[in-house]
Design a protein around this ligand. Structure first.
Ligand SMILES: O=P(O)(O)OC[C@H]1O[C@H](OP(=O)(O)OP(=O)(O)O)[C@H](O)[C@@H]1O
Ligand SMILES: O=c1cc[nH]c(=O)[nH]1
Ligand SMILES: [Mg+2]
Length: 210
């Protein structure tokens, strides 16, 4: 299975705290941002650098800078918004593209309700963020939207992934690199990740899951 599971002790510790059944909205939100920051650090590790010359305090000096156009971060609404500030802490100049998808609770198919992309996607690396990769439907739909707009370099950062969803994404888009804090056991009959986190969107936004 093509997924990079980040086994850093801080990631695994924070993920354990996030799995507490009676966690508060505040704590879930805070840990989501902290995890997003650490996962983004890993996901950007292979970014290409290029040399440039700047005016330093003692004259001209050679420094390194990230090559190419600015990254676009792509939160999948709603829950992806919970990870956004954490990622922007590391790539503060990133442009933001937004995709609104809600899973139909019966069919588990993603239903699209919003999209707004930045320009020049063919020249940018896209980092899709969403706490949960369950059946993979939402992730595949987002990747397809980005590819249709010309995007060629796509990474996806999730907190928890199910093997079923990873397979769906890998099979459809083997070029997309996946990063997660955990590859969990399986999906239950309602399409929820086990052990997972429950409904991440509801936990981040403080809405009740009915
Ligand atoms: O892999 P999938 O089976 O597509 O499921 C994962 C999707 O489900 C959740 O969002 P949801 O649709 O519940 O919307 P929300 O973010 O508004 O809560 C989650 O944040 C993902 O976007
Ligand atoms: O386990 C899951 C699956 C989909 N969406 C969630 O928020 N959690
Ligand atoms: Mg969603």
């Amino acid at each position: 299975m093509n997924i990079h599971v980040v086994n850093h002790p801080l990631v695994q510790h924070k993920l354990g705290l996030l799995r507490e059944g009676d966690i508060s909205t505040m704590k879930f939100r805070q840990l989501t941002q902290e995890l997003a920051r650490l996962l983004a650090y890993e996901a950007t590790r292979d970014f290409e650098l290029e040399a440039t010359t700047i005016d330093g305090w003692c004259g001209k000096i050679d420094v390194q800078q990230i090559k190419g156009k600015k990254v676009t971060v792509v939160p999948i609404l709603r829950a992806g918004i919970g990870m956004l500030d954490g990622v922007l802490d590391l790539v503060p100049s990133a442009k933001i593209s937004v995709v609104g998808l809600a899973r139909n609770e019966e069919t588990l198919e993603p239903v699209s309700y919003f999209e707004k992309f930045v320009d020049s996607l063919d020249e940018r690396i896209a980092i899709i963020i969403d706490p949960m990769l369950a059946t993979g439907g939402s992730m595949v739909a987002t990747i397809e939207l980005l590819k249709r707009k010309g995007c060629k370099q796509i990474k996806a950062v999730v907190m928890v992934a199910a093997p079923e969803g990873v397979k769906v994404v890998n099979d459809a888009h083997p070029d997309v690199q996946l990063y997660a804090a955990s590859l969990d056991s399986h999906l239950n009959e309602n399409g929820y990740i086990i052990p997972g986190l429950g409904d991440a969107g509801d936990k981040i936004f403080g809405t009740k899951h009915i």
